[in-house]
Ligand binder design. Sequence first.
Ligand SMILES: NC(=O)C1=CN([C@@H]2O[C@H](COP(=O)(O)OP(=O)(O)OC[C@H]3O[C@@H](n4cnc5c(N)ncnc54)[C@H](OP(=O)(O)O)[C@@H]3O)[C@@H](O)[C@H]2O)C=CC1
Ligand SMILES: O=C1O[C@H](COP(=O)(O)O)[C@@H](O)[C@H](O)[C@H]1O
Length: 499
Amino acid sequence: MIHSIPNASIVIFGATGDLAHRKLFPALYQLYQKGHMKENFSVVGVSRKEYSHEQFQQEVYEAVNEHTPGTESDKVKKFASHFYYLKMDVTSEPSYHELEELLNVLDRDYQTNGNRLYYLAMAPRFFGTIPTFLKSEGITNTEGWQRIVIEKPFGHDLPSATKLNEEIQQSFNEDDIYRIDHYLGKEMVQNIQVIRFGNAIFESIWNNKYIDSVQITSSETLGVEDRAAYYEKSGALLDMVQNHMLQMVMMVAMEPPGELKPEHIRDEKVKVLRSLRFFNEEEVRKNVIRGQYTDGKIKGESVPAYLKEENVDPESKTETFVAAKLFIDNFRWTGVPFYIRTGKRMAVKSTEIVIQFKQGPMALYHANTEKYQPNLLRIHIQPDEGVSLTLNAKPKGDTSDLLPIDMTYNNKSATDMNSPEAYEKLLHDCLLGNSTYFTRWDEVALSWEFIDRITKTWNGTGAPITYYNSGSMGPQEAEQLLYADGHSWWEPTKVREEC
Ligand SMILES: NC(=O)C1=CN([C@@H]2O[C@H](COP(=O)(O)OP(=O)(O)OC[C@H]3O[C@@H](n4cnc5c(N)ncnc54)[C@H](OP(=O)(O)O)[C@@H]3O)[C@@H](O)[C@H]2O)C=CC1
Ligand SMILES: O=C1O[C@H](COP(=O)(O)O)[C@@H](O)[C@H](O)[C@H]1O
């Protein structure tokens, strides 16, 4: 349900950066132009560059026009007039006094009742510093609500995440900490719950009696781009698996919540992580594959190997691909493998969840044909948004053969990849105080506990890194992981269309 956002001041730390320009300004604009944000809001952009308020407003105007289709110039100008700029180094205590002065004026002018949202669109090394100063310098001391949005990555392992969390919790209550995972803002990720719990036909068969296996693929065609400094240390495991991939696993595997309230839903999600099998070294070697892209072709264009990318160590062992077989050891899921894979420079940009159902008890129709397909429920997260169900039918005419058919619901055809839509939804929720689709601390802690075991094995006695050609769907070893179980990866729908 859409509600109007209360009057508030929003502070964006890192306002001259990429995230602010490509995602946050356009997302806020969408909320404004749809009427969810009225005129009583101000946005303060913070970073070290020299700007006047007017120059910053011009930047906001340009960013919104560049990243939002079909804008109206007057509307964008009016929107941008709510923006103010403060040149400040977030590590310098005195500059917080200037921030406070500016916010006090804006609180009065926009009648915000002291409601403040702080968005940390900054490098993670500042995630602890900013909340500490916000509190020590009295900025959070207003009559209104105070919320903080923390970008990813939230730490790089359990100890660092715990330390960071303790630091932030000195200044903000858990209820006011919004750890963002933009996959949770995606339309079809949120739709998983509705498809499952709003349809008796699915919920009654959503278990190990009827489901054979689950596959979750999130593939990208882009390489590391200009983010090698960050990516070399993170790799696909920390960049995608610890957060986005595990979030999708939780959404598919969770039990129905008692009520559609944030804590009910988050409680159920965290229970999935408690049942997730945490691997020992041998299990990591057996069930987790890491890969790195070599050169190849993406849509006909030659692209370099990861080791040849700018700022990448030519001997780097950083993985750009991960495939894994996960197990959820509870009543519902025992015996059902969850296969996940994600990587850069793959054949197609696509995120898809495939639920593969078991065969019926007797092969009445499919004993003598190769055309039989297991029933598949595909949840298309992106670029297409929708659901399709593969069934077997009889082809027209006098034949006893089978014809796999797809029943498809297409919510929206591909528009802009990586669109600000997810950020729009999540900013909206956060401004309303709804934390359902934000990550709670216990989720973060458990996900790190799981991931740390993999990192430890990879860094220790090791598991070999495998290689795949750019433009492929990953290394052979990832195929083997499934062949061994008599399975194979289902091609993402987009691959079928593009090949
Ligand atoms: N970009 C993206 O698509 C995504 C980004 N993220 C996360 O969002 C965060 C921001 O990423 P991104 O926008 O790409 O980063 P950028 O490097 O583009 O921007 C960083 C911002 O921080 C400012 N900054 C740096 N040091 C200071 C300082 N000491 N005091 C004040 N401001 C400072 C920079 O401005 P200046 O140099 O002028 O001070 C700039 O505005 C990161 O945590 C990233 O992991 C997450 C998902 C996607
Ligand atoms: O968080 C991240 O996500 C993007 C992929 O997001 P998507 O919405 O385009 O699927 C990924 O490219 C990036 O490396 C990672 O940091």
